[in-house]
Design a protein around this ligand. Structure first.
Ligand code: NCD
Length: 351
């Protein structure tokens, strides 16, 4: 695809070659994300980072990614302090903000909002999550993480997800990160996908159809243990209670009373050790819901070497830097605008 000046709205926009291209650039950009080198290639450019839904990782890492390329960031993280609280339309907000900035990242509770917004914007828009629909940059960083984890274990080589076996666990109905990831998985070959969720939070049929149309093997499991036993990746995700319809919220409350999530959809060290292959990598887009027993992924796996969740978040900055560099068409100039920092990053490695 042509990246220059393009809106990034859906994971559907990418081809196999695009992924290869992005991940190749990611390896080149990683030293900048790690502060080994500094570039000012986007000096003078302004990002409007507009978040109308809660966010920690996506908002901060998009902002850091832009800063790390030398650009400036303006942001809103509180809808109640911006004009949407006065009833301003996406159209008007997009027209106005695109006069102030060179690129916009939008997170918004309505599915389809990023597309509506981009149609009115005069500058490129990146979808930072639109309701239960899509989260394309998350899917890219997830896939990049999968590549890297495989490379590390010398299983599939660095540039392929062909033959991957993956279990998607949790809220597959409302999890937009899962929806976008499935669209990228469809670009692989011969993938086995185990879908593990309560009945009422199953993956929407239209997304399952994308996987089957790509020739992948798709299994629906309501029993977590059988679905995670022979896979390379377990991709756990949060139950998105904030998106549920009233009837689903009732079901959710009943499930909570019955302790369903902790009994049935909860991965901890004991279950992992007993049932998973030794190389199975654990991923999660985060946040984990740390209220007792709610999340699919227990924190007793925090120090496990196969837990890739914090490598995922680190990769988020790298992938978002790639997207900006591609959209502004400055990939070839990054190194020209480089200098070595006078200071040393004091961060410990994330292994
Ligand atoms: C996800 C999201 O917002 O869709 N978080 C993220 O961006 N990393 C997942 C979630 O909220 O559960």
């Amino acid at each position: 695809m042509k990246f220059r000046g393009t809106h990034i709205l859906s994971a559907d926009q990418f081809s196999r070659d695009d992924l290869k291209h992005i991940f190749h650039i990611a390896d080149q950009i990683a030293p900048y994300a790690q502060r080994k080198k500094i570039t000012t290639v986007l000096h003078g450019a302004i990002l409007s980072n507009m978040f109308y839904e809660p966010s920690t990782r996506t908002r901060i890492s998009f902002g850091c990614a832009f800063n790390l390329l030398g650009g400036y960031v303006r942001e809103t993280a509180t809808p109640e302090q911006s004009s949407v609280a006065k009833g301003e339309s996406l159209y008007d907000t997009a027209r106005v903000l695109s006069g102030y900035s060179d690129i916009i990242v939008l997170r918004h509770p309505e599915a389809g909002s990023a597309e509506t917004f981009s149609a009115a914007s005069r500058v490129p828009v990146i979808n930072g999550g639109d309701g239960d629909n899509e989260h394309p940059s998350q899917a890219l960083l997830d896939l990049y993480t999968i590549y890297k984890e495989f490379h590390k274990k010398e299983k599939n080589g660095a540039a392929s997800i062909d033959g991957l076996r993956i279990a998607l666990v949790g809220d597959l109905k409302y999890g937009r990160a899962v929806h976008s990831l499935c669209r990228l998985l469809a670009l692989g070959r011969n993938i086995k996908v185990n879908l593990i969720s309560p009945h009422h939070l199953a993956l929407p049929q239209k997304i399952e159809d994308i996987l089957t149309a790509a020739g992948h093997e798709v299994n629906r499991n309501h029993n977590m243990v059988s679905g995670i036993t022979h896979v390379d990746i377990i991709y756990a995700s949060r139950i998105q209670s904030e998106r549920m319809l009233p009837s689903e919220a009732n079901q959710f409350n009943t499930d909570m009373t019955d302790d369903l999530y902790r009994k049935t959809y909860h991965l901890n060290k004991a279950i992992y050790t007993q049932h998973c292959e030794p190389n199975t990598v654990i991923m999660h887009p985060l946040p984990r819901d740390s209220r007792s027993g709610l999340d699919v992924l227990d924190d007793d796996l925090n120090e496990h070497p196969n837990l890739a969740i914090f490598r995922q978040t680190d990769n988020g900055t790298i992938i978002r830097m790639c997207l900006f560099a591609l959209i502004f068409n400055v990939v070839d100039q990054i190194d020209t605008y480089t200098y070595l920092p006078a200071w040393k990053n004091l961060r410990k490695s994330n292994v």
